[in-house]
Design a protein around this ligand. Structure first.
Ligand SMILES: [Fe+2]
Length: 312
């Protein structure tokens, strides 16, 4: 099985891979793809303690970790790892089971073709926000935007595959979809414009991107992922409930199923790790809209929520 998740930013957001009901089920047969901002290769001088510790941790997991790069990577050091041919494409081998999926490559995993193109523009550091020499080459690198050569490589490989793959993994979105997600906060750039062309030309089943730090289906076959870990091919909303990461927030109006009846209510409390005796998925305390009921609220599992309601 192939799983997909969003940015881990080195050790900052790797916690989503720790105790939860999804990674617990994963075996030696499985793959986990991170959609950029892997961030463990970060220190511009050498592999530091943090990098060694977490790469060892990932190497010891049952699954194989695969990642596209994002904008928060120390590219000069990342590109020093040995390049290998792997499942039809090129990877940097950080560890035998921790592989960087290089830009513009097409991989065949479990019979599915996956096109990968990392890279994105930083919006929190670098020249765009007026950072100086103190930052450039130490915490920000110009290689975050794919080079002409890497973009060409992507076009060439898609051409070879007759512009048809099963899945696309990128860090940022094509311009049109980035604009839907971020409005004019994130401006189009060379990477998003390139992906726009790829989107126009390529047939695919589903596209996953990181970068925006949301879990969101932008349209039915394009999702932005961050905290969740889902099976490739799934949408965010259609994916398995995940312990520790509630899909709904306090104040959300929801349609739920309770004792065989459908009812509307508002999320009053979330219990991300379940309740004391039930902890296989997040739980919610829901205040019911129907005020004639004996009990004004109910406690339910996430899988009992049918959908987020637009009624407030
Ligand atoms: Fe990120």
């Amino acid at each position: 099985m192939i799983y997909v998740t969003g940015d881990i930013h080195g050790s900052i957001d790797i916690r989503k891979l720790l105790d939860n009901n999804i990674t617990e089920q994963m075996t030696e047969e499985d793959y986990l793809i991170i959609c950029g901002d892997f961030g463990l290769v970060w220190n511009y001088k050498k592999a530091d303690k943090n990098e060694k510790k977490w790469l060892k941790w990932l190497e010891e997991r049952p699954w194989t970790t695969l990642f596209a790069d994002g904008n928060h990577e120390c590219f000069p050091r990342l590109y020093q790892f040995p390049v290998k041919e792997w499942n039809g494409g090129k990877v940097h081998e950080l560890r035998p089971k921790v592989l960087h999926l290089m830009r513009g490559e097409v991989f065949t995993i479990e019979g599915k073709k996956i096109f990968v193109m990392g890279g994105a523009a930083s919006h929190d550091r670098g020249p765009a926000v007026g950072d100086t020499k103190q930052v450039i080459g130490k915490f920000w690198w110009p290689e975050e935007i794919p080079s002409e050569e890497e973009m060409e490589n992507g076009l060439k490989n898609l051409e070879k595959n007759n512009w048809e793959v099963d899945y696309i993994i990128t860090h940022c979105l094509p311009t049109t979809f980035q604009t839907i997600v971020k409005k004019d906060k994130f401006k189009p750039d060379a990477a998003t414009d390139y992906l726009e062309k790829i989107h126009e030309r390529t047939k695919f089943t589903h596209w996953y991107s990181g970068h925006y730090h949301y879990d969101l289906d932008v349209v039915k076959n394009i999702s932005v992922i961050f905290t969740r870990i889902i099976r490739i091919g799934e949408t965010i909303i259609g994916s398995e409930t995940m312990l520790g990461v509630p899909k709904y927030r306090k104040g959300d109006a929801v349609l739920i199923e309770y004792e065989g009846e459908e009812m509307l209510g508002t999320v009053k409390e979330t219990y991300p790790w379940g309740t004391l005796f039930k902890h296989e998925e997040p739980y919610y305390k829901i205040t019911l809209f129907d005020t004639d009921r004996k009990k004004p609220y109910v406690t339910i599992m996430e899988s009992q929520v049918i959908e987020k309601s637009l009624i407030k």
